[in-house]
Design a protein around this ligand. Sequence first.
Ligand SMILES: Nc1ncnc2c1ncn2[C@@H]1O[C@H](COP(=O)(O)OP(=O)(O)OP(=O)(O)O)[C@@H](O)[C@H]1O
Ligand SMILES: [Mg+2]
Ligand SMILES: [Zn+2]
Length: 256
Amino acid sequence: MDRASKHMDFPRPPGGLMQNPGPAECSECHKPVEATLHRQRWYPSKEHPECRSRRVWRASALREAEKRILKIIPSAYHGMSLADESMRRHPANTAALKALHEWEPHQSAILTGPVGTGKTAALCAFAQDQMRRLRAVQWYSEADVVSHLKAHMREGLATDPIARLLGSHVLVIDDVGTARPTEWWTEQFAAIVDRAYSNERAVVLSTNLTEQQLIDHYPYSGERLVSRLRHMTAPDRWVSVSGVNFRELGRNTRGT
Ligand SMILES: Nc1ncnc2c1ncn2[C@@H]1O[C@H](COP(=O)(O)OP(=O)(O)OP(=O)(O)O)[C@@H](O)[C@H]1O
Ligand SMILES: [Mg+2]
Ligand SMILES: [Zn+2]
């Protein structure tokens, strides 16, 4: 079949003009690429070499991101995204969605609210969305940060553990206020926040505590800590999550 007769196969719009299928588009740079016609559709027959390298690199980076999600995100929350219908359906998530919507690196956020209102779920969905956008995320609960720093001390490593925590686009710490606020941990946490503050790194936190409770919770450093957090976090990203306790709603559904 010659090229002209192939064109004849295309459906004609009502005006009777030949529909122009147009050239195929490069999925990377959206510029035209050489294409071949097959079953009435144009398929790219060649890729731009630099776009191919970028595409191959991205595919490999995405595979790595999926592996990292499995490693660092608690398993009950795997596969979640802030764009999920289940996230949008629950009014309790509105505040979380507002704080984390269209997030850009360097924007800190804090979700505060009672037990079971979906804070961890929102942070996990957020972290996964960002990792799938190939952003570097560190995910910890407060207790995990304590263990991480203690292990680092035990092993006597020469590297700076706080620099590692803050070396990503965002450091997420879930359940702030649940680890015992010993003098040592308070100092460490204040140092993390202070370094994030001075180096313009983003922290995204969840806590059951109000601002005043946070101040009271961390002896001596509470005021300094909260003052920095307040300055780092735009008012509309320090949000109070309220609503039902999801765990009570879905009671006994686990393990059935
Ligand atoms: N959008 C949602 N849709 C369906 N289930 C949800 C949603 N958000 C949370 N859940 C479920 O509700 C339960 C409680 O949510 P989550 O653990 O996120 O609450 P939390 O605010 O972090 O609680 P806590 O303050 O105790 O840490 C979990 O089992 C979670 O899977
Ligand atoms: Mg939680
Ligand atoms: Zn291209």
